[in-house]
Design a protein around this ligand. Structure first.
Ligand SMILES: [Zn+2]
Length: 423
């Protein structure tokens, strides 16, 4: 498949300062083959990018795909009350179709709001992989382990990692365990050994709440970060979801490791978890990207919402509007997120030779005119519905807001039928 995109304003996200130029982009198979002032080459599909912003697809560094049905379900609770009394009892009733269709619904929402890569952690992962295959998104998937739920998850992780991770393909299988407070040292050691064996990153929730810090201190006399460090978790590449409560000595540990934080601002606000100190992480050269968490705790998978809140939280928390710039936020959602996932050689910027993960944004909208500053407009004024076209791995996944891989109405019917049984 070859695609030619003509006359788009390209925001390539390559430099440290925004660079927007009008160019053509030629895609051959899964890669960006050429970017130039004018390309006259035959392509199977030609897309008119006139007046559109062309940028890298957004990278969601932390998700739970099957949780789509939890938006609006028993909101406004504390984390533990919500988990124990709302989420866990329903998750216990999940069947194969629930994992599959709920994941399709999450992925559909992601595609329609500009996300082209997600980094997922859940269970029932065989069915999540089927949904990822069907919908065409790029994804890291994993079987999330806890003390009470190891079962055959590690064997499944090994089996599927061996199938997918050696291919040049958009699906990768990672090792994941839930959190320090749900995993004892034995469980964590099993996960570390498997990640070393498979040479894959570990995806884990870390330092999300003050309760977690207190619990781990009481159990082990350490911070959650020290607890993981003493179990050699940071011997492998890690993706740490939330990362709100780091002591100075935690930062000293993390800055020497191959680790990255997934910042989930809406979830952190909705569950009143706290505010991540992005400046401190950046000052210590710790990689940080943006993620949504699952639909239960964010109620939206629109990364534009997360970008806005990322900016505003840092500004109001420090009473300093210069603490973070809109372009830094866009980088966190693209190339920096790709670095957190270890995919920055493949995605996150618009460059020749990279995978063709591209979104086109329509800026001829009342809320985006005038374009005094396209970058700040994208972060402070745009929303996911402004994404008009999405190309993932060289395939047109959405064009003019129509998603090709699934019948949306039929999907809603399937999900709603399952919701009747579950909720
Ligand atoms: Zn999470």
């Amino acid at each position: 498949m070859s695609i030619l995109i003509k006359n788009a304003y390209i925001l390539d996200m390559v430099s440290n300062e925004p660079n927007i130029v009008k160019k053509d982009v030629f895609i051959e198979k899964d890669k960006i083959e050429k970017i130039s002032e004018s390309i006259d080459k035959n392509a199977e599909e030609v897309i008119d990018g006139t007046g559109k912003i062309l940028m890298p697809g957004l990278v969601n560094t932390h998700s739970h795909l099957p949780m789509s049905i939890f938006k609006g379900y028993k909101d406004d609770k504390t984390l533990m009350d919500w988990l124990n009394n709302a989420i866990f009892p329903v998750e216990d009733k999940f069947e194969n179709d629930d994992f599959y269709y709920n994941s399709c619904l999450s992925i559909l929402e992601m595609i329609k709001s500009g996300t082209t890569t997600c980094n997922d952690m859940y269970f029932g992962t065989e069915k999540i992989i089927e949904a990822v295959e069907k919908m065409g998104i790029r994804a890291n998937v994993s079987w999330c382990v806890t003390d009470n739920s190891i079962g055959d998850k590690l064997d499944k992780t090994r089996e599927y990692a061996k199938k997918y991770n050696n291919m040049d393909y958009r699906i990768k299988v990672l090792v994941s365990f839930h959190a320090p407070y749900t995993c004892n040292p034995e469980t964590i050691k099993l996960c570390v050994n498997l990640a070393k064996e498979l040479n894959t990153p570990i995806h884990v929730h870390l330092a999300e709440t003050m309760d977690e810090v207190k619990t781990i201190r009481e159990r082990y006399g350490k911070t959650p970060t020290e607890y993981l460090n003493d179990l050699n978790v940071f011997d492998v590449k890690t993706i740490l979801a939330h990362g709100i409560y780091f002591s100075d000595s935690d930062i000293e540990i993390l800055k020497t490791k191959d680790t990255g934080i997934s910042h989930n601002p809406i979830s952190n606000c909705k569950l009143s978890s706290g505010i991540c100190n992005i400046k401190k992480l950046h000052d210590n050269n710790i990689k940080i990207g943006i993620g949504t968490d699952g639909s239960g705790s964010t109620s939206t998978l629109d990364m534009f919402e997360e970008m806005k809140l990322t900016a505003y939280l840092q500004k109001v928390n420090t009473l300093n509007p210069t603490v973070i710039k809109a372009y830094d936020i866009l980088k966190m959602s693209t190339i920096e997120g790709a670095k957190v996932l270890g995919l920055d050689n493949e995605i996150g910027t618009i460059e020749e030779g990279k995978k063709a993960d591209i979104i086109l944004i329509d800026i001829e909208k009342s809320h985006l005119i005038p374009s005094n500053n396209i970058v700040t407009n994208l972060v402070y004024s745009a929303n996911g519905a402004d994404v008009e076209t999405s190309i993932i791995d060289g395939k047109v996944i959405m064009k003019n807001r129509k998603v090709n891989c699934i019948n949306e109405k039929e999907l809603y019917t399937k999900v709603l039928k399952n919701v009747e049984r579950l909720l």
